[in-house]
Design a protein around this ligand. Structure first.
Ligand SMILES: [Fe+2]
Length: 507
């Protein structure tokens, strides 16, 4: 059975809930809550973020799980000091610390706080630091958007459980943005963070349009290599969150953008950021994956939003020139997988709808949009409408769909995207994590009137069944900006590479 499932808590009662009251006196022991494991700059790092009741010195304590018995850490456990700052909303404080120097193939135990005020003990596991791995991508949990936070949270927790029970060796959980409906609503954040899976597997946060209107997003998630310069940030540093960031995990360079910032030169700035990161670090990776919230080849309600039309003009040629392999997006609460797109055009006119194998040529990029991972809200597919955007019309091979998309799907059931990273290919699957039965808030509450394939005419397919699967072959001389994809030097994956970290070997 899933190692992850058993890993939750070692011998300590869970106390949870991050809605904190600010009563901290100097002598008060800080009470941590809302703990979340985040992605680090490399596979040998993790970041832990949390909320806390007091602005005292706090740490993350880490030891190999085999050395932790009955919640007791060994004397030589390693501590990583936290940075603690005042929350700007709802009182309290937030802390984060970066865990460095992890070894491969090791299960670690960790806890947050200080002597006399420790959190429960959680575990995570590293795997081999080179080679193949799988990661999971989740669209718009958007907890609270059905109007029923508890139901949305139940669907989200179930998707995490289903996905990680089926894929206990998945190494990253990648966000498509819109963690919550209302940026600073800590009840929604509590429901988002309720599953212990988010303390066992690293969450790679992405900011959506619903997260951006307040500071809670960046108070909950510290991310590595983050640039919060004004063009990436969407303005108003006191009241908004976000920024662009990157990390390298084994053979993949991930670049995560705050697509809320798009006007007044921001798209140009994002392209500059992606260009710089790929020029500096693309040679250290075999594959390049971009992540941002606002899908540009959107299949549903947001297809012709003015801002998406703008990004659809601004982004694709740059991404082709830079040798991006895969773009992961959210926002439209429905699933799409594009054809191979080069410079904003279908690269190979003969590529058939739903093709299960795609061989990427130079500049070929696949764009994926994730459906709702929580069931809180679904958007129905829309017909292409050239009166709104003459450049986003129907697919000649399948006129119901937009020209860019090989697959478009909406069944009003929860799904997640699984990506298998292999030496010469990326395998992308869209997997059902729910059915029409509860938890499925939008269906339960009558927000949608049908459920199942073919607009509800066909009974729902079982949990774990596939909506889509494609093997993207990424080999060959692709003329990429990151230079022919050479093998990675031996040191890659052995040490943190952000230049800021203090390496502490964990024994
Ligand atoms: Fe959303």
């Amino acid at each position: 059975m899933a190692r992850g499932a058993a890993a939750a808590v070692l011998g300590v009662t869970v106390v949870f809930g991050s809605s904190l009251v600010t009563t901290a006196g100097a002598a008060e022991t800080a009470k941590p809550a809302g703990i979340v494991l985040g992605v680090g700059a490399t596979e040998s790092q993790r970041v832990v973020s949390w909320y806390t009741s007091a602005n005292t010195a706090q740490v993350v304590q880490v030891a190999p799980a085999s050395k932790v018995r009955n919640g007791q850490f060994p004397r030589n456990a390693t501590t990583f000091p936290a940075t603690v700052a005042a929350n700007t909303v709802n009182g309290g404080y937030n802390g984060h610390a970066t865990i460095n120097g992890l070894k491969q193939n090791t299960e670690y135990a960790y806890r947050v706080g200080t002597e006399g005020g420790w959190s429960p003990v959680y575990t995570f596991r590293t795997q081999k630091f080179k080679g193949d791995f799988d990661f999971l991508f989740f669209g718009d949990p958007q907890i609270g958007s059905s109007g029923d936070t508890a139901r949305d949270g139940a669907g989200w927790a179930d998707t995490l459980n289903v996905a990680l029970t089926a894929n206990p060796d998945a190494e990253l959980l990648v966000s498509g943005g819109d963690q919550v409906e209302s940026a600073n609503n800590e009840t929604q954040w509590d429901a988002f963070l309720a599953s212990d899976r988010l303390r066992q597997y690293p969450w790679a946060a992405t900011i959506g349009n619903h997260d951006v209107g307040g500071k809670a997003y960046e108070q909950h998630f510290w991310t590595p290599n983050t640039d919060r310069s004004a063009p990436f940030y969407n303005g108003d540093a006191a009241a908004r969150s976000g920024g662009d960031y990157w990390y390298i995990y084994k053979d993949v360079l991930f670049v995560d953008l705050n697509s809320n910032a798009y006007a007044a030169g921001s798209d140009e700035a994002h392209i500059g950021y992606v260009t710089d990161v790929i020029h500096e670090h693309g040679q250290d990776a075999k594959h390049i994956v971009l992540v941002y919230h606002h899908s540009i080849y959107s299949p549903a309600d947001h297809a012709n939003d003015t801002d998406n039309q703008q990004r659809r003009k601004d982004f694709p040629t740059a991404f082709s020139n830079l040798g991006v392999d895969l773009v992961l997006q959210g926002h439209d609460h429905s699933y799409s997988r594009s054809y191979e797109i080069k410079n904003g055009q279908k690269a190979n006119p003969a590529e058939q709808p739903g093709a299960t194998q795609v061989v990427q040529g130079p500049g070929g990029v696949i764009y994926v949009t994730a459906n709702s991972a929580s069931g809180s809200k679904y958007y129905d597919l829309t017909a292409p409408d050239t009166s709104k955007d003459p450049d986003y019309g129907p697919d000649p091979l399948n006129p119901d769909h937009h020209w860019a998309n090989s697959v478009e799907n909406q069944e009003h059931v929860r799904t997640y995207v699984k990506v298998q990273v292999r030496d010469d290919k990326l395998v992308v699957e869209n997997v059902r994590s729910g059915t029409c039965a509860a938890p499925n808030a939008a269906v339960e509450l009558g927000r949608v009137s049908w459920c199942g394939p073919d607009s509800g005419a066909t009974p729902a397919r079982p949990v774990g069944s596939l909506v889509d699967k494609v093997v993207i072959h990424t080999t060959g001389d692709r003329g990429h900006g990151h230079g022919g994809k050479p093998g990675r030097p031996d040191w890659v994956g052995q040490e943190p590479r952000d230049g800021k970290a203090t390496v502490t070997a964990l024994s």
